[in-house]
Structures are given as structure tokens and as C-alpha cells.
Design a protein around this ligand. Structure first.
Ligand code: SF4
Ligand code: SF4
Ligand code: SF4
Length: 570
């Protein structure tokens, strides 16, 4: 079909909307409630455009094109209507931009600037609600909510959790957990996908910057940081660099200048996780154990299965997640090496994830002291770098501290969906055949698709594996396990669609194009690594020889493994 957009003839396919065609033609139409890949709701009306044949204003996101249609996306009438919509949103919004964590990345603030809204034109009663700070991971400020519904759709349709929904009607409309309780009293899994999809500051991560600064300024503490695989391919975006820019060395340099005494690599913990997890899988396969084994390094996913499928907890690997393993070793092996009492060690994990904030507080993850004392997200680290007055672009490339600074390409790919599986297959291959995989790359389980499956032949063993991201995608597989119909031996599960590159703590906005670039960079780090198999990490080998004994041994179980619980206490 042909339609005319702003005087320009454009082709269009049946079923497309005005917004689809305009975006393809490079004409920007603002949106707030719209989420690509979801059916439109047309609720915010900010994408309003003018259609000539009916002489009316329609929402571009929901209006289907028809042959010969003439549309204006930028007429005076359209601009006036959009400005009025913004003014009405502002009328029911707190004037908090000076204090708001989203100032600078807020979609409403940007529109207010672009459309020249300079005053509160519509004065009147404003909706009042208390801020919910009870969750260890997510803060909700309902007064800033513009009722776009993006969080509700993500939580229900992508994550199949349904922790939040619309409540009340008219002026009292709000988005809230059931019975307007706090988020920590409903089965929210702390994934933060609502946060990365919220256009304003109504949903944010729970900040840990204050306790981290206090620890750094406490002369009695030895404050160390560790950095997750997905942080290094995203942090530079916060400073204007292209998505996928690899900034490992500058991240280390920034953390040292902020005041961390040592900076370690969570990729080391990832290599260790693979050794323990591959050992556990082979033990289950040869000695009998719950199969398929499900990975346990995504804390949002772990909380999901604890809430909703507690009868399948036996299928979950008992391995702690990489940063928790690393934290446990920093407070034992490393503290002993440098002669520091573990009570004086303060471990900060820099993570792409909001659920890690919740995970660090789990009482099972630690002994006399928590394995990890605080978790900051990629966004929070960027704020700390700014506050410290550090010019990120002028930083030198610095290396991680030893001995937990060495890592392999297998540890690096934990940051992408399918990476844990691929890393585990590399080491399982070595354990089963005595040789490394001839080609360590395993394409069938790479990429951003929510479900990837493969059959892998290693020596005489055939393994059926799957890598799943986005929690809605794991439900059918869990139901099949429940029914005794699962064909798989091993399933990797990541709560966030696409894996940690798209974690709830990553720079905003997380567009599909950015996620592809971050993922490509993760695999680039792997390709360029001198060692690409976790079992070839010499510092990990030394750790077992000096301290842990054998993989899956007594001390490994004490420090690196945990147990999971049916969770009805939230
Ligand atoms: S949500 Fe946006 S508009 Fe509202 S206070 Fe925060 S930055 Fe300002
Ligand atoms: S953090 Fe995840 S589970 Fe919790 S409300 Fe947000 S999207 Fe839903
Ligand atoms: S909390 Fe954010 S994403 Fe959810 S409805 Fe409100 S503004 Fe939209």
C-alpha cells in the first residue's frame, strides 16, 4: 500500500501502524506507553497524529494504515495536542526533577523540554501516595507514575510474575502490588525489568551508594570491589560512548580512584562456578540425581522457582552465583592471604542486576559474615564515578588484582544468554574426553532469542541442553519437568530477556540494538582471551591446589554451594 506521510509517499504493509511506517521512514513520533514487540494499548496518546480523510487525531501506535491514507505527524494541531497531553501529565506530577534519579534520562522530562512546557498550566489537586522503599532491590514512587502500563505488561507478559497491576479507577488510578502492599511482600523477583522499561522515575533501583561511600571512608575496613561480566560492555554508555564499547581497564581504574583497596574480576568466580557446576552435572548424570539440572546463577530466576515451583528445587544446581562464590573466597582464602580479619573485609559487587541486591541479603549466603556486603548496579557505579569527579574517558586501562583477577573467555560469556551453558559444555567436554573442545564456540545457544535448544555429542555422551531467558519462557519447561516429560539434561535460565547484558541495573534505555552490541562485545572478549576454558584458569587451579581441594569436595560445598527454600515469606 501507499500512504502519504507529511507530504511524502511511503510504502506500507497491511497490518502496519502509522508509527511502524513513520519510524521506518525516519520520522520521529514520541511515545510513552508503547513497547515494541507488544500489542499497542494507545493509552498515553502522546503519539497522536492527524489523519486527513477523517479529520481527526489518532494514536499512531494503534492506528492501522489503509491505502491512500494521508497523515500529518507534525502539524500545528498535532503539536498543540501533544503539548496539552504533556501539560496534563505534568499537572499530576511532583516537581521533583532536581532530586530525581531519572533526571537526564527521563522520557517525560525530555518531552517537556522538547515541547516547550515551562509552567504548570493546569493547577489543581495532585495524586498523593507514599514511596515504597521496603524492597531490598526496587523503589517505587507512585506519585511519579504516569500510568503508561509498561511495567505491568513486562511483569505479566515477559516475566509471568504479575507482581504489580493497575488498581482503582479515575483520579485514584495507580500501579501497585496486590492490596497496595509493599513490593517485598508479594512474589516480585526483583529482576528490575519494570525499572528498565519505566519511562520516568517511578521505579528505580534501591540505591546502595551511601553505605558503599561510608565503607570506603571507614579506615578500619578493607573495601574491595568485584566487577560482573556484563558491566564492562555497558558502563561506557553512561558516559556517551557507543553501545558495546569494552571498558574493562577503565572500569578497574575508576574503581581504584573511587577508593577501593583492591578490584577483582567476577569472571574469576564465573570460571569457578563452571568447575563446580560441570562437576555437579556429571555427578548427577553418573550417580543419579535430579535431571534436568537447572542453573542457579540468576537470583531473580532462583526467587521465581522458590515462589512458584518449589517442588522442583531439587533440579536447581546447588552452586552459589559467581559473585557470591567470589565473596565467600575473599573473606576466607584472600583475607587469610593478606592477613586481614574477615570482619574487616567489605565486599562490593558491581552488577548489571537489581536482584543481586536481594540475593546479597539472603541469610544462607554467608557464614559468620555475609559473602557480599553491598551490590551496586552499573548505573550506580556511573553516578559514583561522576560524584568522584573522574573523567571516565581519560582513565588509563588497568588490570584486575590477583589472585582473583585472572579469568578466561568462558567466564566472560556468562554476561550473555547461553553463555553459562556454553562455558559449562567446554569444561564438560574436557571432563568427559580429557581434551578441550576443538572449537570452543557453540553457535546454537547464542543470541537474544528467549529459548535456544541443542543436542550436543561429547565422546559417548549425548546431552540435550537449553538456554532460556525471560521468565515466561521457562514455565512450559518447568511444567514438562513436573509432568516427567522434559527431554533435557541441563537448562540455563536467566531472568532477564537476553541475559545479564539486559539486566535491571544496566544503562538506560536498553534498546534491542544496544543489547545486540553489548552481546557481540561479550563474545569479542571471549574470542580475544588467551584461554577460553574455565578449567585452564591457572589461578583457579591454584585455588583448588592450595585451599579448596577437589571440585565438589567438602570445603567447596561449605563455601561455594548453598541450599534454596520454598519461599512464602517473600
Ligand atoms: S520522573 Fe522525570 S519528570 Fe518526574 S521528577 Fe523525575 S525526572 Fe522529573
Ligand atoms: S522487579 Fe520484576 S518481578 Fe518485580 S515488579 Fe518488576 S518486573 Fe515484576
Ligand atoms: S511505574 Fe513507570 S512503567 Fe509503570 S505505569 Fe508507572 S510510569 Fe509506567
Amino acid at each position: 500500500m501507499n500512504i502519504t506521510l507529511n507530504g511524502q509517499t511511503c510504502w506500507a504493509k497491511p497490518g502496519e501502524t502509522v508509527l511502524d511506517v513513520a519510524r521506518r521512514e525516519g520520522m520521529n513520533i514520541p511515545t510513552l506507553c508503547h513497547l515494541s514487540a507488544f500489542s499497542p494499548t494507545g493509552s498515553c496518546r502522546i503519539c497522536t497524529v492527524e489523519v486527513e480523510h477523517c479529520g481527526t487525531l489518532v494514536p499512531a501506535c494503534a492506528y492501522p494504515i489503509s491505502e491512500g491514507m494521508v497523515v500529518r505527524t507534525n502539524s500545528p494541531r498535532v503539536r498543540r495536542a501533544r503539548k496539552t497531553i504533556i501539560e496534563l501529565l505534568v499537572a499530576n506530577h511532583p516537581p521533583d526533577c532536581l532530586f530525581c534519579v531519572r533526571s537526564g534520562s527521563c522520557e517525560l522530562q525530555k518531552l517537556t523540554q522538547e515541547y516547550g512546557v515551562r509552567t504548570h498550566r493546569y493547577q489543581g489537586e495532585r495524586r498523593r501516595a507514599r514511596i515504597d522503599i521496603a524492597s531490598p532491590a526496587i523503589e517505587r514512587d507512585p506519585e511519579k507514575c504516569i500510568l503508561c502500563g509498561r511495567c505491568v505488561r513486562i511483569c505479566h507478559e515477559t516475566q509471568h510474575v504479575g507482581a504489580i497491576d493497575f488498581v482503582h479507577r479515575g483520579f485514584r488510578s495507580a500501579v501497585a502490588p496486590a492490596l497496595e502492599r509493599s513490593l517485598n511482600t508479594v512474589p516480585c523477583v526483583d529482576c528490575g525489568q519494570c525499572v528498565v522499561n519505566c519511562p520516568v522515575g517511578a521505579l528505580t533501583e534501591k540505591s546502595s551508594q551511601k553505605p558503599v561511600w561510608e565503607a570506603i571512608n571507614n579506615p578500619d575496613l578493607v573495601v574491595v570491589a568485584q566487577v560482573a561480566p556484563a558491566v564492562r560492555v555497558a558502563l561506557a554508555e553512561e558516559f556517551g560512548a557507543e553501545a558495546g564499547t569494552v571498558a574493562t581497564g577503565r572500569t578497574v581504574a575508576a574503581l581504584r580512584r573511587i577508593g577501593f583497596a583492591r578490584v577483582f574480576d567476577t569472571n574469576f568466580g564465573a570460571d569457578l562456578t563452571i568447575i563446580e557446576e560441570a562437576t555437579e552435572l556429571l555427578h548427577r548424570l553418573t550417580h543419579g540425581g535430579s535431571i534436568p539440572m537447572l542453573t542457579s546463577c540468576s537470583p531473580g530466576w532462583v526467587k521465581f522457582i522458590e515462589h512458584l515451583y518449589p517442588d522442583l528445587l531439587g533440579n536447581l544446581s546447588s552452586c552459589k552465583s559467581p559473585h557470591e562464590m567470589e565473596g565467600a573466597l575473599l573473606k576466607t582464602y584472600y583475607a587469610n592471604k593478606i592477613g586481614v580479619d574477615p570482619s574487616r573485609m567489605f565486599v562490593v559487587s558491581v552488577m548489571p542486576c537489581t536482584a543481586k541486591k536481594y540475593e546479597a541479603q539472603r541469610p544462607e549466603l554467608g557464614g559468620d559474615y555475609p559473602d557480599v556486603d553491598a551490590v551496586i548496579t552499573t548505573r550506580e557505579l556511573a553516578r559514583m564515578i561522576r560524584v568522584a569527579g573522574i573523567d571516565f574517558h581519560k582513565l588509563p586501562n588497568e588490570g584486575f588484582d590477583d589472585p582473583m583477577g585472572e579469568s578466561t573467555g568462558a567466564g566472560a560469556i556468562f554476561g550473555a544468554s547461553g553463555g553459562v551453558m556454553e562455558a559449562a559444555l567446554r569444561t564438560a567436554h574436557f571432563y568427559l574426553t580429557g581434551n578441550d573442545m576443538p572449537s570452543p564456540s557453540y553457535a546454537p545457544i547464542r543470541g537474544l532469542e528467549g529459548v535456544k535448544q541443542a543436542e550436543v555429542r561429547i565422546g559417548d555422551t549425548t546431552l540435550r541442553v537449553a538456554a532460556v531467558s525471560g521468565l515466561k519462557n521457562i514455565k512450559p519447561m518447568l511444567d514438562a519437568i513436573r509432568d516427567g516429560n522434559s527431554p533435557f539434561h541441563f537448562i540455563e535460565v536467566m531472568a532477564c530477556p537476553g541475559g545479564c547484558v539486559n539486566g535491571g541495573g544496566q544503562p538506560l534505555p536498553a534498546t534491542p540494538e544496544k543489547l545486540i552490541k553489548r552481546t557481540e562485545s561479550i563474545y569479542q572478549i571471549d574470542r580475544e582471551s588467551p584461554r577460553r576454558n574455565s578449567h585452564r584458569n591457572e589461578s583457579v587451579q591454584k585455588l583448588y591446589a592450595e585451599f579448596l581441594g577437589e571440585p565438589g569436595g567438602h570445603l567447596s560445598h561449605e563455601l561455594l554451594h548453598t541450599h534454596f527454600v520454598e519461599r512464602d515469606d517473600f
